[in-house]
Design a binder for this molecule. Structure first.
Ligand code: FES
Length: 169
C-alpha cells in the first residue's frame, strides 16, 4: 500500500458498507471519503459484496466517475458526449492534450501511468454529459462547471487553476 497515512483496505470497506447496499453505492461512499477507490480495496469489496474480483474491477472501470488513484491537483473533466462532440469537443481535446502534455483518461488505463511530458499537476478525464448540452462544449475543472469553452478560454481557465494550486502549496 503506497498511500500516506492510509487506512487499511478492509477497514475502509467496512467503514462504508451497509446491509443491502449496492456495489456502486459503496464505491461512491469510498470515493467521496478519500477521493478515489484504491486498487487494494478490490479484494475486500469482492468478499463483502459476495462477488468475484473481476466483477468488482469491471464495475470500477466501467464507470468513468470512479478513479483508482488520487486526482491530480488540477483535474479537467471534458464532456465527450454527443451534443458537445457536435460543437467541437474533439478538436478542443486535442488542444488540451497539446497544451498540457497529458493524455485523456491515462489514469483509467494504468493507475500508476503518466506521460513523460505530463508532470502530474494536471489530470485529463473524459465524462459523458454534464447537463450543459445547450452550452457545449462543457467541462469541469476541479469540480467547477464551465460552458462554451474555446481553446483560448481553456488556456485562461487552466492558468487560473494552476495559479490557485500554486497559492495553496
Ligand atoms: S453532451 Fe456535453 S453537456 Fe451534455
Amino acid at each position: 500500500m503506497d498511500r500516506p497515512n492510509a487506512i487499511a483496505p478492509d477497514e475502509l470497506v467496512q467503514r462504508h458498507a451497509r446491509p443491502g447496499m449496492s456495489l456502486v453505492a459503496l464505491l461512491h461512499a469510498i470515493q467521496d471519503d478519500i477521493g478515489f477507490v484504491p486498487p487494494d480495496t478490490v479484494a475486500p469489496l469482492a468478499r463483502t459484496m459476495n462477488l468475484s474480483r473481476a466483477e468488482v474491477h469491471g464495475v470500477i472501470t466501467y464507470y468513468h466517475h470512479f478513479r483508482q488513484s488520487p486526482a491530480a491537483p488540477v483535474t479537467v473533466q471534458l464532456c465527450r458526449a454527443e451534443a458537445c462532440r457536435s460543437m467541437g469537443t474533439e478538436a478542443l481535446a486535442q488542444h488540451i492534450e497539446a497544451r498540457t502534455g497529458c493524455r485523456f483518461d491515462a489514469h483509467k488505463h494504468d493507475a500508476h501511468a503518466h506521460d513523460h511530458a505530463c508532470d502530474g499537476a494536471v489530470g485529463l478525464e473524459s465524462v459523458y454529459c454534464l447537463g450543459q448540452c445547450a452550452l457545449s462544449p462543457a467541462m469541469m475543472i476541479n469540480g467547477e462547471l464551465h460552458a462554451k469553452v474555446t481553446p483560448q478560454k481553456f488556456d485562461a481557465l487552466l492558468a487560473a487553476a494552476m495559479k490557485r494550486v500554486e497559492e495553496t502549496v
